[in-house]
Design a protein around this ligand. Structure first.
Ligand SMILES: O=C(O)CCC(=O)C(=O)O
Length: 373
């Protein structure tokens, strides 16, 4: 394996796990120290970053044992110089994960913020082809995952008729649910590029509410009405600044013409907004009453493929129809503070009955707490 391949391997490892630890050996196979990078996480950037290089006890040697020989040759030339250069590169990339102070202020004030280029091109290609394999039924769908078709509704003589469009092709697909059962999407939901900003917002203890893919088919993909995600979830509190953060990662360019997201800025601070139940994208959705906002308030957030929008679980959001000739695909990852509690019953907090069962939430980072989710 040449240097180029090693670099590719390191990049791949970085991409999937967000960190790198190399155990070094000299030409005789003896421990020559470790190179490790701890990726900066959380708001206390300066104090949490640790970059080490030195003759320390060997760490996690098994992680690169299959590449030991080539790494050994490569690093033996000038371990320290190359190791430090590697760390500098990784360090710069690590810092790219973080939201700036201005972005954090934007999130806190408006309830959302866009972050550009969080997913590198090669990862995007893999993610797109994986969702398409499921959408085209070319990959076996784990039984815990579901393909959800679009609904259509018609008013006939004062009654709503809802038709679930058969899932004949990706053109009728709306959602691929529970992507945590797929290895690539697991890698995405644990990736530092996603979780470092989330940790800046929610703090170090994070759990997963859901990770789903959302399709909007060319011409056919419907608009999504103004709604607040967290009101559906039997959790509390849902409206503190550090309770719930959604990460909406775009796999395709998204504009107003093909279904980018839009938001009602600042309204995440107002708790559950008055809403009505409607049959829309699915049967029975809770849409914010049009009477309480104006179209002038709406802010559209066009994104490029690889960009993500981080938004609070209570931020009212929506998306338009796909009027273009191309698919708009996106992955939505909803993250929870591990300090939230089960309410068991959504009526307690939102004034309506909803599914309130307790369930396990996957730990994405940090610790869990007694009496909490
Ligand atoms: O796919 C979309 O455009 C929006 C999906 C969404 O807002 C949601 O499921 O909460």
């Amino acid at each position: 394996m040449g240097r180029r391949e090693i670099a590719a391997w390191l990049t791949q490892k970085w991409k999937l796990t967000g960190d790198i630890h190399l155990a070094l050996q000299d030409a005789n196979g003896n421990n020559a120290g470790t190179v490790s990078v701890e990726i900066p996480v959380g708001p206390a950037l300066d104090s949490r970053v640790g970059v080490q290089f030195g003759r320390q006890r060997q760490k996690r040697k098994t992680e690169f044992s299959e590449n030991a020989n080539c790494l050994q040759n490569w690093l033996a030339e000038n371990t320290i110089r190359k190791g430090k250069a590697l760390l500098r590169t990784l360090w710069r990339r690590a810092c790219l994960n973080m939201l700036t102070a201005e972005q954090l202020r934007h999130y806190s004030e408006y309830g959302f913020v866009k972050a550009e280029n969080i997913l590198p091109d090669d990862f995007l290609i893999e993610l797109r082809s994986r969702v398409d394999e499921y959408a085209l039924k070319r990959r076996r769908l784990p039984q815990e995952m579901q393909l959800t078709p679009q609904y259509r509704h018609w008013r006939v003589f004062g009654k709503t008729i809802s038709i679930r469009i058969p899932l004949v092709s990706p053109y009728t697909l709306r959602k691929i649910a529970s992507l945590q059962h797929d290895d690539l999407f697991r890698a995405l939901m644990f990736n530092s590029r996603v979780l470092d900003p989330v940790e800046q917002i929610l703090g170090p203890d994070i759990k997963l509410q859901r990770i789903d893919a959302f399709y909007k088919a060319p011409r056919f993909g419907w608009a999504i009405g103004v709604h607040q995600d967290a009101v559906y979830w039997p959790l509390a509190p849902i409206d503190t600044p550090d309770s719930i953060c959604n990460v909406f990662c775009f796999l395709d360019d998204a504009t107003e013409n093909n279904g980018c997201l839009g938001f009602l800025p600042r309204r995440h601070r107002e708790g559950p907004l008055p809403a009505q139940w409607v049959d829309a994208d699915t049967k029975g959705e809770r849409h914010v009453l049009p009477a309480i906002y104006s179209d002038a308030e709406k802010v559209w957030v066009p994104c490029k493929a690889g960009d993500a929008v981080f938004f609070h679980g209570m931020t009212p959001h929506f998306s338009g129809r796909n009027r273009s000739s191309k698919f708009r695909r996106a992955i939505s990852i909803s993250c929870l503070s591990a300090k939230l509690r089960h309410t068991r019953f959504t009526r307690d907090i939102h004034g309506h009955d909803g599914p309130g069962g307790e369930r396990e939430y996957i730990q994405l980072r940090g610790r869990s707490f007694p009496e909490c989710i």
